[in-house]
Design a binder for this molecule. Structure first.
Ligand code: KIV
Ligand code: ZN
Length: 391
């Protein structure tokens, strides 16, 4: 693996599936997993096998069909969780157990009623036990975002010694600022003995809308895996959106960080997940929202028609969207009307356009958005229609 390569760990089927009201059956999960594999993700977190017989069945079914990606199962630092996950992963070509425990003082005190030392012992036991089943063991320090860095470094050191090959540093509550999260990753890179034997992984939640920024700051500071979901779905305000981090890295090549993702599949993947889960994607969602490549103000439309790059930093084809949309509303100018009229077969002169534009504005003031049928109607009822069709 080159040092510029950032692994994409997709957790749509585990953390993503924790969205209230969302339930996928095994068949739907298998279809999504197959597509994630083709998309080029490095790891598919297929579920939390001990949590229910249905989840076990899904992880097992996904393990059987995934060809390239590593298939991962989540566990707590509990022996039975680990044993059951290993069983569910039996058929995976590349299997990973993702085990861990809360490390913040809040989790240690309130969730576990335990002590820092006892938590390290449990973490080490869980990693060692996982290693008795698979070589590839990832450890998560839950609530690492609010865990004291010095203690977190001790936890990381201990689990690397026990055999963990990936260290997940979750900002479980979405609390960190990008500078803080980046500094945490840097601190671990510089202070954990044996860190060169493991990959640091960013797992950020979006409670303050900072999940993407935090993950990017994490990889800038030395992490080499990002945990994310399609459309950013997940617990509460969701997880880091896969399509966002992948496109940030692609559009900023000077960062010298890349992924194995086939970006032209991103839009289709977003639709598949949204349709299967019955979760509507907000129109202004970055990269995959319905308006991500739609231009509606006259000034922007004029610019985009002259040259797409005036108002677009991404070529829509790069993410699987066929073309930018010029949306006609009462805010649109003549350039946009002429462009859309041409698309439906009318080549208008300047005088014809002036005449039709006045009709267009009064029509658009009544109707929010003008579609192709409306354009025909506006032109056909104008004084210059005869001129246009006889030209
Ligand atoms: O957010 C989190 O801390 C998690 C862990 C279980 C990895 O999802
Ligand atoms: Zn999470």
């Amino acid at each position: 693996m080159s040092d510029s390569n950032v692994k994409i760990f997709d957790t749509t089927l585990r953390d993503g599936e924790q969205v209230p009201g969302c339930k996928l059956n095994t068949e739907q999960k298998v279809i999504i997993a197959e597509q994630l594999d083709v998309l080029g993700v490095d790891v598919i977190e297929a579920g939390f096998p001990v949590s229910s017989p249905g989840d076990f069945k899904s992880v097992e079914a996904i393990s059987k069909i995934v060809k390239n990606a590593t298939v991962c199962g989540l566990t707590r630092s509990v022996e039975n969780d680990i044993k059951v996950a290993a069983e569910a992963l039996t058929y995976a070509k590349h299997a990973r157990i993702h085990t861990g425990i809360g490390t913040s003082d809040s989790h240690i005190k309130h969730k576990f009623k335990s002590s820092r030392e006892a938590i390290i012992e449990r973490a080490v036991r869980a990693v060692k036990y996982s290693k008795s089943f698979v070589e590839d063991v990832e450890f998560y320090a839950e609530d690492a975002g609010r865990t004291d860095n010095e203690y977190l470094a001790r936890v990381c050191e201990a689990v690397i010694k026990a055999g963990a090959t990936v260290l997940n540093i979750p900002d479980t509550t979405g609390y960190c600022l990008p500078s803080e999260y980046g500094a945490k990753i840097k601190y671990l890179k510089e202070n954990v003995k044996g860190i060169e034997k493991a990959i640091l992984s960013c797992h950020c939640h979006n409670d303050l809308g900072l999940a993407t920024a935090n993950s990017i700051e994490g990889v800038i500071n030395g992490a080499r895996q990002i945990e994310c979901t399609i459309n950013g779905i997940g617990e509460r305000a969701g997880n880091t959106a896969l399509e966002e981090v992948v496109m940030v890295l692609k559009q900023h090549p000077y960062l010298n960080l890349d992924t194995n993702i086939n970006t032209s599949m991103l839009y289709g993947m977003s639709q598949l997940v949204s349709d299967s889960m019955g979760i509507y994607t907000q129109p202004n969602k970055a990269i995959v929202g319905a308006n991500a490549f739609a231009h509606s103000s006259g000034i922007h439309q004029d610019g985009v028609i002259k040259n797409r790059e005036t108002y677009e930093i991404i070529n829509p084809k790069d993410v699987g969207v066929t073309e930018s949309a010029i949306v006609l509303t009462a805010r649109s100018g003549r350039a946009a009307l002429a462009y859309r009229a041409k698309n439906v077969g009318y080549e208008l002169t300047k005088i014809q356009l002036d005449e039709i534009y006045a009709n267009f504005l009064s029509f658009a003031d009544k109707k929010k958005e003008i579609n192709d049928n409306d354009i025909h109607q506006i032109i056909e009822t104008s004084n210059v229609y005869q001129q246009i069709i006889s030209a």
